[in-house]
Design a protein around this ligand. Structure first.
Ligand code: NAP
Length: 280
């Protein structure tokens, strides 16, 4: 059965490939981008299935207009993909508010506003929300603290949404990619202007990683998209979907270190309730 999608950030990378893959299997797609001209070629490739719309996730009125367009054109939305996002490299002490706050506007508040705009349509017949987090949403690392914070916010919000939306038949899938060869490390990563020598051995290494890794990321985004489609189609979709071996290793390390902390500190850390009332 043909389904209707609304995808943010379709000018390149995962968003563009998801739009194309969904249309290639006969689904209808509202492919959105800050500059809708960036998706006109997708419309030309699938004129009966893909419609373009302008959506800057930092402008809630554009999200509302895109949802209205999807409802008018397709009769509703079955799958919302909150894909738009970008990164910032820098130690927490190096970052400036005008560098990290705009990223929260896109990665966190943009995702929230787009979701809120689409929820009434999604609740009508159920569906799926795919939220792009990252391996950086599983574990924090030096030089990525601000980006980690945005993706951890996506994780918490998505877990809450999954509970809230279960009664409406809406699944939430949190996609957690490791490094994939999109335009992310090229044009979608900003770098803190201030570089402190004190962080050369920790956060500073992340700056080198960006310079050395762009174009060499091991992940194939087309393969990632195939896995995402499979997860959406599953009868029991995963809540968490780490993609690629690096994200999987990150998740395994996180689980193991979390487990170690729980085990070592449990007896002390749980002895914190009020003493039982013995007067009865
Ligand atoms: P990409 O090719 O650089 O695509 C990023 C997309 O986000 C672009 O279409 C960009 O549109 C869009 N965007 C940025 N700000 C926006 C805004 N205010 N409103 C609407 N769209 C906006 O990188 P990508 O890898 O596909 O990134 C997609 C998602 O995957 C992001 O959430 C990213 O955090 C996540 N991710 C990527 C990787 C990776 O290694 N590739 C790993 C983990 C997570 P413009 O053309 O208008 O800038």
């Amino acid at each position: 059965m043909s389904r209707s999608w609304l995808i943010t950030g379709c000018s390149s990378g995962f968003g563009r490939r998801l739009a194309s893959a969904a249309a290639a299997r006969g689904d209808r797609v509202l492919a959105t981008a800050r500059n809708s001209e960036a998706v006109f070629d997708l419309v030309a490739a699938f004129p009966d299935l893909v419609i373009a719309a302008q959506l800057d996730v930092t402008k809630p009125d554009t999200a509302a207009a895109a949802v209205a367009k999807a409802k008018a054109s397709f009769g509703g939305i079955d799958i919302l993909v909150n894909n738009a996002g970008y990164g910032l490299i820098g130690a927490v002490e190096e970052g400036a508010p005008d560098e990290y706050r705009p990223m929260f506007e896109v990665n966190v508040f943009g995702l929230i506003e787009t979701t809120r705009a689409a929820l009434p349509a999604l609740r009508e017949k159920g569906g799926t929300i795919v939220n792009f987090s990252s391996g950086a949403g599983i574990a924090g690392s030096a030089g990525s603290g601000f980006y980690n914070a945005t993706k951890f916010a996506v994780e918490g919000l998505s877990e809450a949404l999954a509970e809230e939306l279960r009664p409406f038949g809406i699944h939430v899938i949190i996609v957690e990619p490791g490094p994939f060869r999109t335009e992310f490390l090229g044009r979608s990563i900003t770098v803190a202007a201030l570089e402190m020598p004190e962080y050369a051995g920790t956060a500073g290494q992340r700056r080198h990683y960006r310079d050395e890794s762009d174009g060499h990321q091991p992940g194939d985004p087309d393969k990632a998209v195939a896995v995402i489609l499979r997860a959406i189609d599953a009868t029991a979709p995963p809540l968490h979907l780490p993609l690629g071996p690096i994200a999987h290793t990150t998740a395994e390390h996180k689980l193991a270190s979390f487990r170690r902390d729980l085990d070592r500190w449990k007896s002390v850390a749980i002895a914190t309730d009020f003493e039982a009332d013995n007067e009865a």
